[in-house]
Design a protein around this ligand. Structure first.
Ligand SMILES: Cc1cc2nc3c(=O)[nH]c(=O)nc-3n(C[C@H](O)[C@H](O)[C@H](O)COP(=O)(O)OP(=O)(O)OC[C@H]3O[C@@H](n4cnc5c(N)ncnc54)[C@H](O)[C@@H]3O)c2cc1C
Length: 421
């Protein structure tokens, strides 16, 4: 393949795609971003991590995001469904946490700001363009698709960024997606008004309420607008043979902190149902191709890591491509380094998620003791600290060791999940 009109084609205009396109365009590269939808469009994934701020700053996005008036998240609360126990992680209080606050966002507005910023930074953005075929080999990249009016088009470039989210365009094409059989989840969610939030700063917190094998999120996303969802096993939802509303309401009533907060609430949207099945692609790159964000792998959203990891991976991938363009290489070396770094980052949250569904983890997590600064280490990871080095790594290893010890010889009070009628 030759005659490249573009240095890079980015498929997908979510946070991962917009971030990669912005970085590449700001470095003076010719970038084409192809997005199937016309923005603003609905998307789930509304609670961000504090370390996203460093990326926003690097992209020149902070002023626009501050101006948009998104609620401030200063921490995350975790409660048991019977209301007997709960804890709050306040990012500011973590000894190793370098960024104290995050945004809670309505994704339709947030993603549009990011996409428009990519265009303003010099990327050519085509919305309403659905990519049907992407081909990449050692020589270059060719992408074909269709615009809203039915017009077909083909584009060529030297590199391809797959940022297609859970559509996983090239991962599916190459048959490299591996589903995590232990996390076959599904989510039912809607937006509500009239939700009872805590007074003051904690009003912006993400609230997580844990039942035995499922959990709720409450995320304030705007003026009197709160996103509320339940994540549960896909098979359990199917076996219930009920409507999404009936399933949601049944578990809402079993999750007392959710029930209390929704006592006067009014639903603003229909109930959405989406698969929430964790997976990872066996490879995050191919010839002249890098996969970023959910197109590399998807992790259960309990710790709100998705948007941050999408943008973090896009940032590293963009640097790898810039390096390859500057050196006139095919990028394979730089892409291998990218994959190693991103697997480590995904690994941190995957391990946390896997443990979250166990009871011993909750027994420790809900009673954080800061001996040896262990709670500070967890706080930093929850905020998005990926570069904390050894001082964070040994503390997290010790924390997980203690979880295993708790399973065998409990040294913290045990919790029992109340049976649901
Ligand atoms: C139930 C649930 C709750 C979540 N909660 C959170 C949360 O609180 N916080 C958080 O950080 N994350 C959360 N996430 C995860 C978050 O949604 C994702 O990790 C994040 O959106 C990934 O960004 P991305 O850019 O990789 O992909 P996306 O945001 O999915 O963007 C991909 C884009 O690619 C476009 N596209 C796809 N295929 C094509 C094609 N063939 N041609 C052209 N365009 C295409 C799509 O239209 C889309 O706009 C949640 C996910 C789920 C399922």
């Amino acid at each position: 393949m030759s005659d490249d009109a573009f240095d890079v084609i980015v498929i997908g205009g979510g946070p991962g795609g917009s971030c990669a396109a912005t970085m590449l365009a700001r470095a003076g590269r010719r970038v084409l971003l192809l997005e199937r939808e016309v923005f603003p469009r609905f998307h789930i994934g509304e609670s961000l991590l504090p370390y996203n701020h460093a990326i926003f700053e690097e992209l020149g996005l902070l002023p626009a995001l501050r101006h948009a008036g998104f609620p401030t998240k200063r921490g995350a609360q975790f409660h048991l469904g019977d209301g007997s126990k709960g804890t709050a992680f306040v990012f500011r209080n973590g000894r190793f946490t370098r960024h104290p606050e995050a945004f809670q966002v309505e994704r339709s507005r947030f993603d549009e700001i990011l996409l428009r910023h990519a265009a303003a930074s010099g990327a050519e953005v085509r919305e309403g363009f659905s990519v049907r075929r992407a081909a990449n080999d050692a020589e270059g990249v060719e992408v074909e698709g269709t615009a809203r009016d039915g017009a077909a088009a083909t584009f060529r470039a030297r590199f391809l960024v797959d940022a297609t989210g859970r559509d996983n365009l090239t991962g599916n094409r190459d048959g490299v997606r591996e589903m995590n059989p232990k996390l076959r989840k599904l989510a039912v969610f809607a937006h509500f008004s009239g939700v009872r939030l805590d007074p003051g700063g904690p009003a912006g917190d993400t609230v997580i309420v844990r039942l035995e094998n499922k959990w709720f999120w409450l995320i304030p996303v705007g003026d009197d607008k709160v996103s509320v969802g339940v994540v549960m096993d896909r098979d359990e939802f199917a076996a219930a043979k009920s409507t999404p509303a009936a399933v949601f309401e049944r578990w809402r009533d079993a999750a007392l902190p959710v029930k209390a907060r929704l006592a006067d609430a009014r639903r603003l949207t229909e109930y959405h149902v989406t698969s929430d099945w964790s997976y990872s692609n066996r490879s995050f790159h191919g010839p002249r191709l890098v996969r970023v964000g959910d197109a590399a792998g998807f992790i259960d959203p309990i710790f709100s890591s998705g948007v941050f990891l999408a943008m973090h991976s896009a940032r590293i991938a963009a640097r790898a491509i810039l390096d390859a363009l500057a050196r006139r290489t095919d990028g394979s070396e730089a892409f291998r380094r990218y994959e190693t770094r991103m697997r480590a980052a995904f690994g941190i949250y995957s391990e946390m998620v896997g443990e979250f569904y166990t009871t011993p983890f909750m027994e420790l997590f809900l009673e954080p003791r800061n001996k040896w600064d262990l709670a500070s280490a967890v706080n930093a990871v929850l905020a998005g600290e990926l570069e904390g080095g050894w001082r964070l790594r040994w503390r997290m290893r010790l924390f997980f060791l203690l979880v295993r010890l708790q399973a065998r010889r409990p040294f913290m009070p045990r919790i029992a999940f109340a049976p649901v009628p």
